[in-house]
Design a protein around this ligand. Sequence first.
Ligand SMILES: NC(=O)c1ccc[n+]([C@@H]2O[C@H](COP(=O)([O-])OP(=O)(O)OC[C@H]3O[C@@H](n4cnc5c(N)ncnc54)[C@H](OP(=O)(O)O)[C@@H]3O)[C@@H](O)[C@H]2O)c1
Length: 300
Amino acid sequence: MGEKWSMDRVGSLSGKVAVITGASSGIGYETALGLAKKDITVILGCRDLTKAQKAKSAIIYHYPTAQIDCLPIDTSSLRSVSAFATLVETRYGKLDLLINNAGIMMSPYHVTEDGFENQFATNYLGHFALTGLLLPLLKSVPGSRVVTLTSLSYKWAEIDFDDLQAKKGYSRRTAYGQSKRACLIFAYELQRRLAGAGYNVRSVAAHPGLAKTNLDKYFPALIRPLGSLFLQPARQGALPVLYAALETAINGGEFVGPNGFQQIRGYPGMVDSDDYSTDIKVAGRLWKASESLTNVSYLS
Ligand SMILES: NC(=O)c1ccc[n+]([C@@H]2O[C@H](COP(=O)([O-])OP(=O)(O)OC[C@H]3O[C@@H](n4cnc5c(N)ncnc54)[C@H](OP(=O)(O)O)[C@@H]3O)[C@@H](O)[C@H]2O)c1
C-alpha cells in the first residue's frame, strides 16, 4: 500500500451499518466521523448517552445527512453488552462492521459486577462477548468485518492464565498490557475460526500508535502534558482503524498500525507482532477461558 493512505481511496458506502464501541471521544469518535463521511450508518455504542449525543451532534455538524444512532453499552458489564446486542439486532437486523474500540488504560484496581478485573473486562472480555452475540448479524453480510483495537502496549504482558483477574497482585500497567495482548490474540484467532467455519466475515487487528485522546486520564496530572509532546492527533490515530475497516486490500488476519518511526505515528500499513501473539495454543486457551468467563460460546 502507498505511503500515505487516505480516506479519499474509499467511495460512498451508503446502506452499510457499523457499530463502534466507545465512540464518544478520541479514536472512536474520529473513526465514527470517518465512517459517517462515507455515508455509513453508524451506531455509537457508549456508556454515557449524553456524551454520545454530543458526538452525534458534532458528526452531524460536519455531515448533515449522516445517519447516526446512539445506543447504550458498558463493555465492562456482560448484562449491558447483551442488552446492546439485542437492541442492534432489533433495530437493524444486520451488521457490516463491528469496531471493538472502547477502552481504559492503567485504571486503579476495580472488580466489575461480573467479578472481573476492570481493564480486562472493559477492553477485552466485553468485546469477546459482543462479537459472539453480534456474529449472526455479521454472518448475514458477505465480507463484513470485525476490527479490534489493540496497542503497542501488548508487549507489556503475556496472558497470566493462573491469575487472569489479577487477584494475586495488581499492576495497572501489566493489566492494561494483558488486556491489549488479549485483544490482539483474539483478532488473529477470530480470523482463524471464521475461515475454518467457512464464514465470509473478516477479523482485523489495529492499533493507533500514540494519539492524543482521553486515554491518559489515569496518568498523573504532571505527566499528561509531557506525553502530549509525542502524540499524533486522534484523527491521524484513527486512520489505521479506518484502513482496517474500509480498505479493499484487507483479507482478514492482518494487523494494521502506523508505518512511521517505531509504529508510534504515521500512515496506515501492515505491521508485525510477535510469536506469543500468533501462538495458536495460547489463542485456543484464551478463547476457552473467555467463553467460560462470559458464557458466550461461538465458533468452537
Ligand atoms: N490513544 C492512544 O494513543 C492509543 C494507543 C493504543 C491503543 N489505543 C486504544 O484506542 C482505543 C480508544 O481509546 P482512545 O485513545 O480513543 O481513548 P479515549 O478518548 O479515552 O476513548 C475511550 C472510549 O472508550 C469508552 N469507554 C471506556 N470505558 C468504557 C466502558 N466500560 N463501556 C463503554 N465505553 C467505554 C470511553 O467512554 P467515556 O467517554 O464514557 O469514558 C471513550 O468513548 C482503546 O481501545 C485504546 O486502548 C489508544
